[in-house]
Design a protein around this ligand. Sequence first.
Ligand code: 5AD
Ligand code: SF4
Length: 457
Amino acid sequence: MSKTFYIETFGCQMNAHDSEKVIGTLEHEGYIQVADEDEAGLVVYNTCSIRDKAEQKVFHRLNEYKRMHRNGKRFAVIGCVAQQEGERIFERAPYVSLVAGSASYRNLPQMLARLEAGEKRITGLDDRQTDETFDTEFTVRSNPHRGYITIIEGCDKFCAYCVVPYTRGKERSRTSASVLVEARRMADQGFTDIQLLGQNVNSWRDPSDRMSFAELLTAVGSISGIRRVRFTTSHPRDFTRDIVEAIDATLTLCDHIHLPVQSGSSTVLRAMSREYTRDWYLERMSWIHSAKRDISISSDMIVGFPGETDADFEETITLLDAVRYDSVFAFKFSPRPNTPALSMPDTIPDEVKSERLRILNDRQREIQREHYGRHLDQTIEVMIESYNSARGQIVGRSSQNKTVNFTVPAGAAQPPIGSYLPIYITRTMPNCLVGEAVSGAVPVQATRQPQPFVVLN
Ligand code: 5AD
Ligand code: SF4
């Protein structure tokens, strides 16, 4: 039992991909992953603290661990709550023996050795000093067709509401050469869809000064075998026009940009320390709207930031109308430890936040209902993701990042997961498209045979 581990992950795509790298590292150190925490010698919990609810989940889960704590079983808390709470976790959950933030994962092998030697209080905590990134050739990707590559870690933006600069360390980029080596390796293994990751992915700066971010996108999109390249999350402050030009020029770059605005009011944006105004953001939207390709746009928004007036909130609603997003993730402001917004006056009552969230989501649903109508009668290529046997439908994703539920003509074979197929859209909904596979279309498979779960070298 001692060299087995179980891992559970919460939070963003960065965390999901960190777990893939942690799994690879553990396996390289001789550990075997098991699907059930009861069978594991080591239980690893990769945590998120972006909002209070996410953090509560962690401590709730740690309480459950208490019951299953037995002789010999060890517990590790890693990720954003680990970094944020540090050694306080040992006090709240004394059976935890390892607490590590993401900026210390490259030291995992040493920390594991200390764990095996019986140490009870091991910490890997970041002091915003490290310049190193966690690159490993042992990544175990859970999906054999679509895979993440982290190109920039940490955050130097310090938005007033956000924990990330405190939980993920200072901003540090990988070289273009190391990113391209990993992308080519993935293409060789049969991956066709690559997603470049970073808290502020477009703040990536090549430490070797060879490429701009837009050039890196084009270079990854030009790798033989790669059919789709995405990147998330972009920051408006560093969003340059050549990114749109690169998407226009390179068909493998997906026609989707996630560019969180957070608020439509310049006053609130200033209080949030976002370092741009509504007009600055709208100018970037106009670049995207005037692109040759129909680029979908998504955003994150926060309602109820301290001091947000009805008039400020109204500006967020009018921004929705001006941009016509393809999707919006909206959140109630949640005060977070260490952040400047924690001590800001003029807090908004929870009922007001809830009401603003409801109004925002209702308006956005209406916009999407109309806006998605433009896809009716279009033929759109999707990547097959799963089968919904209960509804007799196949689920795919478009380059614009939209879910497409479809059927195949009677007698036609099911297209394999990970293949690409053109779908004729017959119905549009606020959150998805519905259609049927074009009669006679042959699914395009990965150019090379996928080899899931192999160790890269
Ligand atoms: N409260 C509410 N939402 C937040 N986000 C980040 N910090 C907070 C917070 N303290 C949202 C932002 C960000 C997304 C990932 O989570 O919209 O873009
Ligand atoms: Fe959660 Fe942010 Fe950490 Fe991702 S970076 S796990 S969203 S707190």
